[in-house]
Design a protein around this ligand. Structure first.
Ligand SMILES: [Zn+2]
Length: 53
């Protein structure tokens, strides 16, 4: 039972799943470096980053 390994797993999950940009217009997920939405071409993107304490 290793708490550290579990923390590492969560870090990977957070980086892959939550480190995205979400379109405010259509809700599509875009890559973290995306400038505009890949679905509706809107520039109104927000980041979804959750910090782990
Ligand atoms: Zn969009």
């Amino acid at each position: 039972m290793s708490m550290f390994a579990e923390q590492e797993t969560w870090n990977i999950v957070y980086n892959r799943v939550l480190n995205k940009k979400i379109c405010r217009r259509c809700g599509a997920l875009n890559s973290p470096r995306a400038v505009k939405c890949r679905r509706c071409k809107s520039y109104n993107l927000r980041t979804r980053k959750i910090k782990i304490r």
